[in-house]
Write a protein that binds this ligand. Structure first.
Ligand code: GTP
Length: 596
């Protein structure tokens, strides 16, 4: 297809404003998916995506569309809406010339509407403002058209009004995309350059790499070179997703499609890399992307120790399709052998964990998530701490923790509640703007550690669900942080060590020792449970001694019943972990770790 007839666009929106539903309607209207094959959220292929109703991986689809007698090819790139996956949004946007900015007409502008709009503007995209869900009785399209127009600097009449559910206005939107989004420009005679914007692992086809061609042309069977990894591969197949894969004779300027080279690991076909022709290579690579960095770490342990090998294999497999996941082996007194894993955020953690349990049948326990700390000792040595139990003792000069710039949008009646919450979480107010009379945008600097711990739930509950949140990394800050250890009979239990602000150390200590006292069964001797900062004990509970005798419950008599009880006790013993002389059922550790 000639570049003049191509339109590359993305749909960007706050979570749940209806991107996937609108994409479904477009697939139907353009005829690439027929009625019979249609199912809700066609593009969300992972089970988890469908169940949770969220988009995790980006997708690109080519759709034919005729406008005023001219046949166009529209490439729609669907993007995820959740903060953890912002990096996927930005790389998809770099492959487009335009973006449909979708706003729920019953909700108005939300935090990720802004965040995504800014990303689109950074990429110089043409923005098409659209109000969605106008079929809802609660929709106020006129009111929010004003808000949206003010935000992007257009007239309220320029905002299209659609319903992804009924299909109303979607045809007009496709026409608007053809008219407003610029055609891609590039040099067809230059050496080929294509940008990798996604790389997914497919069990049958190996790695499928999604590209946007900028200059020249790529053909099947030719040898390509990846400019940053300097590897070469034969192009086994090249094609477009429509949305099922359709092989083609080549991809030219402005086209979006997929490549298959037989590579088995997504890391060999890196997002952000430039694909060129090996025989006639381009001299300069295209501008790449920022690599996503893990922000949150947690230990993942198999509940059954013999699942350690399978867990490693499962992580290796997931890594093939999720370049952002990092992990390395670690061991813990309480939990045995497992892995310390790095994630983009809490949702990423939950999804990885759920996939491990569901797709690989593993039972897992994860330790409380923590962020990465930079510790400078008085002798100037630097230590990076990704696991609280590695936090150094000795003379510490300073500890730095990552902070984020958070944006919250809410009805103005909740300003007080939001300020209170941010205060509790060591936030610093950066600014506040009224988007309209009754909606306000608040900007805070907050420690990432305070956000990863139920911040979003608290924000939602204190604003009756009306506030929205978006955040991005914003460097780090010095903070008064300490490590709190939990000791059983004087022995530290590594899985419970945590790094907290000095002001919160006491309440963590009291909470954890109290919880463990209830969970750990009595032993034949007294067991002190202590919380300590270094050698200083800040909280203490005691489990008093008892002679544990399951047979005490049976009065003489029934021998078979006695045997059963003894057997059950033996089985229980296998799952006991020894901490010094103290026997602790693994369930106690699991319960203590998971209840918050
Ligand atoms: P993510 O993929 O998680 O970013 O969400 P999304 O923006 O794709 O939202 P999705 O399409 O999953 O829609 C969210 C919810 O809104 C679903 O329950 C849809 O059924 C509903 N919805 C979407 N569009 C419309 C619409 O036009 N009208 C009405 N009434 N409901 C809609």
């Amino acid at each position: 297809t000639a570049p003049e007839l191509i339109r590359n666009f993305s749909i960007i929106a706050h979570i749940d404003h209806g991107k996937s539903t609108l994409a479904d309607r477009m697939l139907q209207l353009t005829g690439v998916v027929d009625q019979r094959q249609m199912r809700a959220q066609y593009l969300d292929r992972m089970d988890i995506e469908r169940e949770r109703g969220i988009t995790i991986k980006s997708q690109a689809v080519r759709m034919p569309w005729e406008e005023e007698g001219v046949a166009y090819a529209l490439n729609m790139i669907d993007t995820p809406g959740h903060v953890d996956f912002t990096y996927e949004v930005s790389r998809s946007l770099a492959a487009c010339e335009g973006a449909v900015l979708l706003v729920d007409a019953a909700q108005g502008i939300e935090a990720q509407t802004l965040a995504n709009l800014y990303l689109a503007m950074e990429n110089d995209l043409t923005i098409i403002p659209v109000l969605n869900k106008i079929d809802l009785p609660a929709a106020q399209p006129e009111k929010y058209a004003e808000e949206l127009a003010k935000l992007i600097g257009c007239e309220p009449e320029d905002c299209l009004k659609v319903s992804g559910k009924t299909g109303m206005g979607v045809e007009a939107l496709l026409g608007e995309i053809v008219r407003k989004v610029p055609a891609p420009v590039g040099n067809p005679d230059a050496p080929a350059r294509a940008m990798i914007f996604d790389s997914v692992y497919d069990t049958y086809r190996g790695v499928v790499t999604y590209v946007r061609v900028v200059d020249g042309m790529l053909h099947p069977r030719e040898r390509i070179a990846l400019m940053s990894t300097k590897t070469t591969h034969e192009l086994l197949e090249i094609g477009v997703s429509s949305p099922e894969p359709v092989p083609t004779k080549g991809l030219g300027v402005g086209e979006v499609g997929y490549l298959i080279t037989g590579v088995k690991d997504v890391r060999q076909s890196k997002v952000g890399d430039t694909v060129t022709n090996n025989a006639k290579p381009a001299s300069e690579a295209l501008e790449g992307y920022r690599e996503p960095l893990p922000m949150v770490f947690s230990g993942l342990y198999p509940i059954d120790g013999s699942d350690y090998g399978p867990l490693r294999e499962a992580l290796d497999k997931l890594k093939l399709s999720d370049a952002a996941l990092v992990y390395e082996p670690e061991s813990s007194v309480a939990l045995g052998f497992g892995f310390r894993c790095g994630f983009l955020g809490l949702l990423h953690l939950e999804i990885v964990r759920e996939r491990l349990e569901r797709e690989f049948g593993l039972d897992l326990i994860s330790t409380a998530p923590n962020v990465v700390y930079e510790v400078t000792m008085e002798d100037r040595t630097q230590i990076t701490v990704t696991n609280p139990s590695e936090f150094p003792g000795g003379k510490i000069d300073e500890v730095r923790e990552p902070v984020v710039r958070a944006t919250m949008l809410a009805p103005s009646e909740f300003i007080g509640s939001i300020m209170e919450l941010c205060q509790e979480r060591r936030g610093a107010l950066r600014g506040m703007d009224y988007l309209s009379e009754d909606r306000v945008e608040m900007r805070y600097t907050l420690p990432l550690a305070e956000i990863v711990f139920d911040f979003f739930d608290q924000l939602k509950s204190r604003t009756r669900g009306y506030a929205s949140l978006d955040y991005e990394p914003d460097g780090d800050q010095v903070a008064k942080l300490v490590k709190v250890d939990i000791l059983l009979q004087g022995e530290p239990v590594d899985a419970f060590s945590t790094i907290v602000h000095a002001d919160k150390a006491y309440s963590y200590g009291v909470m954890m020792t109290g919880k463990l006292r209830k969970l750990i069964p009595r032993q034949q001797f007294e067991v002190p449970i202590q919380a300590a900062i270094g050698a200083r004990v800040i909280a203490r509970e005691t489990i008093s001694a008892i002679r544990k005798d399951v047979l005490a419950k049976c009065y003489g008599g029934d021998i078979s019943r006695k045997r059963k009880l003894l057997e059950r006790q033996k089985e229980g013993k296998k799952r006991m972990k020894m901490v010094g002389r103290v026997e602790v059922p693994q369930e106690a550790f699991i319960a203590a770790l998971s209840s918050d």
